[in-house]
Design a protein around this ligand. Sequence first.
Ligand code: ZN
Length: 369
Amino acid sequence: MDPNPISTGKILSPLDAATPEQVAARFGELRKQFDQDTAGATDENGWKSLRDAWLGRKSGVLTQVTDTWLKPSKPELKRAVGQSLNELKAHIEAALESRRVAIEAAAEQSVLAREREDLSLPGVARPLGSRHPLRQTFEEIERIFLSLGYSVVSGPEMETPYYNFEALHIPEHHPARDNMDTFYMAAPQGASPLLLRTHTSPMQVRTMEKQQPPVRIIVPGKVYRRDNPDATHGFMFHQIEGLAVDTDITFCDFKGTVEYFVREFLGPKIKTRLRPSYFPFTEPSVEVDATCVFCGGKGCNVCKQSGWIELFGAGMVDPAVYGFVNYDAKRYSGFAFGLGVERLTQLKYNINDLQLYFQNDVRFLRQFA
Ligand SMILES: [Zn+2]
Protein backbone atom coordinates (compact mmCIF):
# COMPACT_ATOMS: atom_id res chain seq x y z
CA MET A 1 0.00 0.00 0.00
CA ASP A 2 1.23 3.45 -0.89
CA PRO A 3 1.96 5.19 2.46
CA ASN A 4 1.50 8.74 1.26
CA PRO A 5 -0.31 9.59 -1.97
CA ILE A 6 1.06 13.13 -2.12
CA SER A 7 4.70 12.62 -1.23
CA THR A 8 4.91 9.91 -3.90
CA GLY A 9 3.42 12.28 -6.43
CA LYS A 10 0.23 10.26 -6.80
CA ILE A 11 -2.64 12.40 -7.85
CA LEU A 12 -6.16 11.54 -6.77
CA SER A 13 -8.06 9.65 -9.47
CA PRO A 14 -11.53 10.96 -10.49
CA LEU A 15 -14.49 10.04 -8.30
CA ASP A 16 -16.36 7.91 -10.84
CA ALA A 17 -19.33 7.28 -8.57
CA ALA A 18 -23.05 6.96 -9.44
CA THR A 19 -24.56 6.33 -6.00
CA PRO A 20 -24.07 7.68 -2.44
CA GLU A 21 -22.83 4.20 -1.44
CA GLN A 22 -20.03 4.39 -4.01
CA VAL A 23 -19.13 7.88 -2.72
CA ALA A 24 -18.96 6.52 0.85
CA ALA A 25 -16.75 3.63 -0.33
CA ARG A 26 -14.23 5.99 -1.97
CA PHE A 27 -14.08 8.16 1.15
CA GLY A 28 -13.63 5.01 3.23
CA GLU A 29 -10.53 4.16 1.19
CA LEU A 30 -9.11 7.63 1.83
CA ARG A 31 -9.76 7.35 5.54
CA LYS A 32 -8.06 3.99 5.69
CA GLN A 33 -5.08 5.44 3.84
CA PHE A 34 -4.91 8.35 6.29
CA ASP A 35 -5.01 6.04 9.31
CA GLN A 36 -2.12 4.03 7.89
CA ASP A 37 -0.08 7.18 7.26
CA THR A 38 -0.78 8.34 10.80
CA ALA A 39 0.61 5.18 12.33
CA GLY A 40 3.91 5.93 10.59
CA ALA A 41 4.20 9.48 11.99
CA THR A 42 6.17 8.91 15.20
CA ASP A 43 8.06 12.18 15.64
CA GLU A 44 7.52 15.90 15.13
CA ASN A 45 8.86 15.95 11.56
CA GLY A 46 6.79 12.94 10.54
CA TRP A 47 3.72 14.59 12.04
CA LYS A 48 4.32 17.85 10.13
CA SER A 49 4.64 16.12 6.75
CA LEU A 50 1.51 14.06 7.51
CA ARG A 51 -0.39 17.28 8.27
CA ASP A 52 0.90 19.03 5.12
CA ALA A 53 0.11 15.99 2.92
CA TRP A 54 -3.50 15.84 4.03
CA LEU A 55 -4.41 19.43 4.98
CA GLY A 56 -1.91 21.47 2.87
CA ARG A 57 -3.77 24.29 1.13
CA LYS A 58 -2.21 24.01 -2.30
CA SER A 59 -2.03 20.28 -2.94
CA GLY A 60 -3.13 18.50 0.23
CA VAL A 61 -5.45 15.53 -0.20
CA LEU A 62 -8.48 17.46 1.06
CA THR A 63 -7.81 20.27 -1.41
CA GLN A 64 -7.61 17.69 -4.20
CA VAL A 65 -10.85 16.10 -3.01
CA THR A 66 -12.53 19.49 -3.18
CA ASP A 67 -11.18 20.22 -6.66
CA THR A 68 -11.50 16.83 -8.37
CA TRP A 69 -14.43 15.21 -6.50
CA LEU A 70 -16.67 17.86 -4.97
CA LYS A 71 -16.64 20.67 -7.53
CA PRO A 72 -17.26 18.55 -10.68
CA SER A 73 -19.68 16.07 -9.05
CA LYS A 74 -23.20 15.60 -10.36
CA PRO A 75 -25.82 17.73 -8.58
CA GLU A 76 -27.58 14.67 -7.10
CA LEU A 77 -24.35 13.45 -5.45
CA LYS A 78 -23.00 16.83 -4.35
CA ARG A 79 -24.66 16.64 -0.95
CA ALA A 80 -23.27 13.15 -0.21
CA VAL A 81 -19.75 14.16 -1.35
CA GLY A 82 -19.83 17.35 0.75
CA GLN A 83 -20.98 15.51 3.84
CA SER A 84 -18.36 12.77 3.51
CA LEU A 85 -15.67 15.41 2.93
CA ASN A 86 -16.66 17.19 6.16
CA GLU A 87 -16.61 13.93 8.10
CA LEU A 88 -13.19 13.00 6.71
CA LYS A 89 -11.85 16.46 7.55
CA ALA A 90 -13.15 16.22 11.16
CA HIS A 91 -11.60 12.77 11.51
CA ILE A 92 -8.23 13.97 10.18
CA GLU A 93 -8.13 17.03 12.45
CA ALA A 94 -9.03 15.05 15.56
CA ALA A 95 -6.52 12.32 14.77
CA LEU A 96 -3.74 14.85 14.07
CA GLU A 97 -4.38 16.59 17.40
CA SER A 98 -4.27 13.44 19.51
CA ARG A 99 -1.18 12.31 17.59
CA ARG A 100 0.52 15.66 18.37
CA VAL A 101 -0.21 15.32 22.07
CA ALA A 102 1.15 11.78 22.12
CA ILE A 103 4.35 12.76 20.27
CA GLU A 104 4.99 15.71 22.63
CA ALA A 105 4.48 13.56 25.71
CA ALA A 106 6.89 10.96 24.37
CA ALA A 107 9.48 13.66 23.59
CA GLU A 108 9.22 15.04 27.12
CA GLN A 109 9.68 11.58 28.57
CA SER A 110 12.85 11.08 26.56
CA VAL A 111 14.23 14.47 27.70
CA LEU A 112 13.49 13.53 31.31
CA ALA A 113 15.20 10.20 30.85
CA ARG A 114 18.23 11.85 29.23
CA GLU A 115 18.55 14.57 31.89
CA ARG A 116 17.97 12.31 34.84
CA GLU A 117 20.18 13.32 37.80
CA ASP A 118 22.45 10.81 39.35
CA LEU A 119 21.56 11.22 43.02
CA SER A 120 24.44 9.04 44.13
CA LEU A 121 27.02 11.66 42.97
CA PRO A 122 28.60 13.60 45.85
CA GLY A 123 27.24 17.17 46.17
CA VAL A 124 29.06 20.50 46.13
CA ALA A 125 29.92 21.50 49.69
CA ARG A 126 28.69 25.04 50.42
CA PRO A 127 30.39 26.77 53.34
CA LEU A 128 28.07 27.77 56.16
CA GLY A 129 28.41 31.19 57.73
CA SER A 130 28.51 31.69 61.47
CA ARG A 131 26.83 34.12 63.83
CA HIS A 132 28.82 37.27 64.49
CA PRO A 133 30.48 37.28 67.94
CA LEU A 134 28.53 40.42 68.92
CA ARG A 135 25.29 38.70 67.92
CA GLN A 136 26.26 35.69 70.03
CA THR A 137 26.86 37.98 73.03
CA PHE A 138 23.49 39.69 72.47
CA GLU A 139 21.76 36.32 72.42
CA GLU A 140 23.60 35.05 75.49
CA ILE A 141 22.74 38.18 77.52
CA GLU A 142 19.13 38.06 76.36
CA ARG A 143 18.92 34.41 77.36
CA ILE A 144 20.18 35.18 80.89
CA PHE A 145 17.77 38.05 81.49
CA LEU A 146 14.79 36.33 79.88
CA SER A 147 15.34 33.52 82.39
CA LEU A 148 15.04 36.15 85.16
CA GLY A 149 11.68 37.34 83.84
CA TYR A 150 12.87 40.36 81.87
CA SER A 151 11.42 41.20 78.48
CA VAL A 152 13.32 42.56 75.47
CA VAL A 153 12.26 45.92 74.00
CA SER A 154 13.77 48.07 71.27
CA GLY A 155 13.49 51.74 70.42
CA PRO A 156 14.49 54.41 67.91
CA GLU A 157 18.15 55.15 67.16
CA MET A 158 17.17 58.71 66.28
CA GLU A 159 16.07 60.39 69.48
CA THR A 160 15.01 63.75 70.82
CA PRO A 161 17.28 65.54 73.32
CA TYR A 162 14.43 65.14 75.80
CA TYR A 163 14.57 61.34 75.88
CA ASN A 164 18.34 61.10 75.44
CA PHE A 165 19.18 63.72 78.10
CA GLU A 166 16.53 65.77 79.92
CA ALA A 167 14.22 63.01 81.07
CA LEU A 168 17.29 61.10 82.29
CA HIS A 169 18.15 63.95 84.59
CA ILE A 170 20.84 65.38 82.29
CA PRO A 171 19.75 68.99 81.76
CA GLU A 172 21.36 71.28 79.20
CA HIS A 173 24.90 72.40 80.15
CA HIS A 174 25.19 69.41 82.46
CA PRO A 175 28.84 68.24 82.34
CA ALA A 176 27.71 64.66 81.64
CA ARG A 177 26.77 65.78 78.12
CA ASP A 178 30.45 66.50 77.45
CA ASN A 179 31.30 62.83 77.97
CA MET A 180 28.89 61.83 75.25
CA ASP A 181 29.88 63.77 72.15
CA THR A 182 26.69 63.65 70.20
CA PHE A 183 25.76 63.48 66.53
CA TYR A 184 22.98 66.01 65.93
CA MET A 185 20.75 65.98 62.84
CA ALA A 186 20.19 69.13 60.88
CA ALA A 187 16.63 70.17 61.70
CA PRO A 188 14.38 72.40 59.58
CA GLN A 189 13.73 75.90 60.92
CA GLY A 190 11.45 75.72 63.94
CA ALA A 191 11.50 71.92 64.15
CA SER A 192 12.87 70.31 67.29
CA PRO A 193 16.35 68.87 66.70
CA LEU A 194 17.04 65.13 66.62
CA LEU A 195 20.19 63.27 67.56
CA LEU A 196 21.61 59.77 67.30
CA ARG A 197 21.11 58.26 70.74
CA THR A 198 24.31 58.14 72.78
CA HIS A 199 23.04 55.30 74.97
CA THR A 200 20.10 52.88 75.09
CA SER A 201 18.81 54.61 78.23
CA PRO A 202 16.09 56.66 76.46
CA MET A 203 14.05 53.46 76.34
CA GLN A 204 13.92 53.49 80.15
CA VAL A 205 11.88 56.67 79.94
CA ARG A 206 9.81 55.60 76.93
CA THR A 207 8.90 52.33 78.65
CA MET A 208 8.02 53.89 82.02
CA GLU A 209 5.88 56.52 80.28
CA LYS A 210 3.70 53.76 78.88
CA GLN A 211 3.75 51.22 81.67
CA GLN A 212 3.26 51.31 85.43
CA PRO A 213 5.50 49.04 87.56
CA PRO A 214 6.47 46.27 87.74
CA VAL A 215 8.92 46.94 84.90
CA ARG A 216 11.68 44.51 83.96
CA ILE A 217 13.24 45.20 80.57
CA ILE A 218 16.46 44.94 78.67
CA VAL A 219 17.08 47.13 75.60
CA PRO A 220 19.65 45.83 73.12
CA GLY A 221 20.74 48.21 70.36
CA LYS A 222 23.19 50.48 68.58
CA VAL A 223 24.41 53.75 70.08
CA TYR A 224 26.50 56.54 68.55
CA ARG A 225 29.16 58.94 69.80
CA ARG A 226 31.59 61.24 68.04
CA ASP A 227 34.80 59.29 68.52
CA ASN A 228 37.72 58.49 66.27
CA PRO A 229 37.81 54.74 65.64
CA ASP A 230 40.73 52.94 67.25
CA ALA A 231 41.34 49.74 69.21
CA THR A 232 39.06 50.83 72.05
CA HIS A 233 36.78 53.44 70.45
CA GLY A 234 34.20 53.57 67.69
CA PHE A 235 31.57 56.06 66.52
CA MET A 236 28.99 53.28 66.74
CA PHE A 237 28.82 50.51 69.29
CA HIS A 238 26.30 48.29 71.03
CA GLN A 239 24.69 48.44 74.43
CA ILE A 240 22.16 46.50 76.40
CA GLU A 241 20.26 48.69 78.81
CA GLY A 242 18.55 47.07 81.77
CA LEU A 243 15.85 48.43 84.06
CA ALA A 244 13.87 46.92 86.93
CA VAL A 245 11.31 48.96 88.90
CA ASP A 246 8.84 47.65 91.46
CA THR A 247 7.47 48.39 94.93
CA ASP A 248 10.21 46.81 97.02
CA ILE A 249 13.40 46.60 95.00
CA THR A 250 16.46 47.14 97.17
CA PHE A 251 20.18 47.47 96.61
CA CYS A 252 20.44 43.79 97.58
CA ASP A 253 18.23 42.80 94.64
CA PHE A 254 20.45 44.87 92.39
CA LYS A 255 23.64 43.27 93.72
CA GLY A 256 22.18 39.77 93.46
CA THR A 257 21.10 40.34 89.87
CA VAL A 258 24.52 41.70 88.86
CA GLU A 259 26.35 38.78 90.49
CA TYR A 260 24.05 36.24 88.90
CA PHE A 261 24.48 37.79 85.47
CA VAL A 262 28.30 37.95 85.69
CA ARG A 263 28.59 34.32 86.83
CA GLU A 264 26.24 33.14 84.08
CA PHE A 265 28.05 35.13 81.42
CA LEU A 266 31.73 34.79 82.39
CA GLY A 267 31.74 31.62 84.49
CA PRO A 268 30.87 30.38 88.02
CA LYS A 269 34.27 31.24 89.52
CA ILE A 270 34.14 34.94 88.62
CA LYS A 271 33.69 37.30 91.58
CA THR A 272 32.28 40.80 91.39
CA ARG A 273 32.85 43.98 93.33
CA LEU A 274 31.08 47.33 93.22
CA ARG A 275 32.93 50.63 93.21
CA PRO A 276 31.24 54.00 93.82
CA SER A 277 30.79 55.94 90.60
CA TYR A 278 28.61 58.66 89.13
CA PHE A 279 25.84 58.63 86.51
CA PRO A 280 23.24 61.40 86.31
CA PHE A 281 20.24 59.05 86.35
CA THR A 282 21.28 56.61 89.09
CA GLU A 283 21.85 57.23 92.80
CA PRO A 284 23.87 55.60 94.17
CA SER A 285 25.89 54.73 91.05
CA VAL A 286 28.50 52.00 90.80
CA GLU A 287 31.04 50.49 88.46
CA VAL A 288 30.81 46.72 88.40
CA ASP A 289 34.21 45.01 88.38
CA ALA A 290 34.90 41.30 87.94
CA THR A 291 37.93 39.20 88.78
CA CYS A 292 40.22 39.31 85.74
CA VAL A 293 39.18 36.59 83.28
CA PHE A 294 42.70 36.39 81.90
CA CYS A 295 44.71 35.79 85.07
CA GLY A 296 42.01 34.61 87.46
CA GLY A 297 42.75 37.55 89.81
CA LYS A 298 46.50 37.01 90.20
CA GLY A 299 47.40 40.10 88.21
CA CYS A 300 48.44 40.48 84.55
CA ASN A 301 49.00 43.12 81.88
CA VAL A 302 45.32 43.33 80.92
CA CYS A 303 44.19 44.08 84.48
CA LYS A 304 47.30 46.17 85.15
CA GLN A 305 48.30 43.72 87.92
CA SER A 306 45.16 44.63 89.93
CA GLY A 307 43.36 41.31 89.43
CA TRP A 308 40.14 43.21 88.58
CA ILE A 309 38.62 44.40 85.34
CA GLU A 310 35.90 46.95 84.78
CA LEU A 311 32.66 45.47 83.38
CA PHE A 312 29.87 48.04 83.24
CA GLY A 313 28.13 50.91 85.01
CA ALA A 314 24.91 50.63 86.98
CA GLY A 315 23.01 51.90 89.99
CA MET A 316 19.69 52.53 91.70
CA VAL A 317 17.35 54.67 89.58
CA ASP A 318 17.55 58.31 90.73
CA PRO A 319 14.10 59.28 92.11
CA ALA A 320 14.34 62.46 89.98
CA VAL A 321 13.81 60.29 86.89
CA TYR A 322 10.48 59.02 88.24
CA GLY A 323 9.26 62.61 88.22
CA PHE A 324 9.47 62.63 84.41
CA VAL A 325 7.28 59.54 84.02
CA ASN A 326 4.69 60.08 86.76
CA TYR A 327 5.89 57.28 89.00
CA ASP A 328 5.40 57.71 92.73
CA ALA A 329 9.03 57.95 93.93
CA LYS A 330 7.98 57.16 97.49
CA ARG A 331 6.33 53.95 96.42
CA TYR A 332 8.64 52.64 93.73
CA SER A 333 12.34 51.90 93.51
CA GLY A 334 14.54 50.13 91.03
CA PHE A 335 17.91 49.74 89.38
CA ALA A 336 19.40 50.24 85.93
CA PHE A 337 22.53 49.06 84.16
CA GLY A 338 24.21 49.60 80.82
CA LEU A 339 26.18 46.70 79.36
CA GLY A 340 28.76 47.37 76.64
CA VAL A 341 28.36 44.48 74.21
CA GLU A 342 31.78 44.94 72.57
CA ARG A 343 33.45 45.11 75.98
CA LEU A 344 31.77 41.94 77.27
CA THR A 345 32.51 40.08 74.02
CA GLN A 346 36.15 41.18 74.24
CA LEU A 347 36.46 39.79 77.78
CA LYS A 348 34.75 36.54 76.91
CA TYR A 349 36.84 35.81 73.79
CA ASN A 350 40.03 37.80 74.55
CA ILE A 351 39.67 40.12 71.56
CA ASN A 352 42.15 42.99 71.71
CA ASP A 353 40.94 45.31 68.93
CA LEU A 354 37.43 46.76 68.68
CA GLN A 355 37.79 47.29 64.93
CA LEU A 356 37.93 43.52 64.32
CA TYR A 357 34.19 43.38 64.96
CA PHE A 358 33.42 45.58 61.99
CA GLN A 359 35.99 44.57 59.36
CA ASN A 360 34.14 41.37 58.42
CA ASP A 361 37.37 39.47 57.94
CA VAL A 362 36.31 35.84 57.63
CA ARG A 363 39.55 34.67 59.24
CA PHE A 364 38.37 36.46 62.38
CA LEU A 365 34.68 35.57 62.09
CA ARG A 366 35.32 31.89 61.36
CA GLN A 367 36.66 31.39 64.90
CA PHE A 368 33.16 31.92 66.31
CA ALA A 369 31.40 29.22 64.29
ZN1 ZN B 1 44.54 39.95 84.89
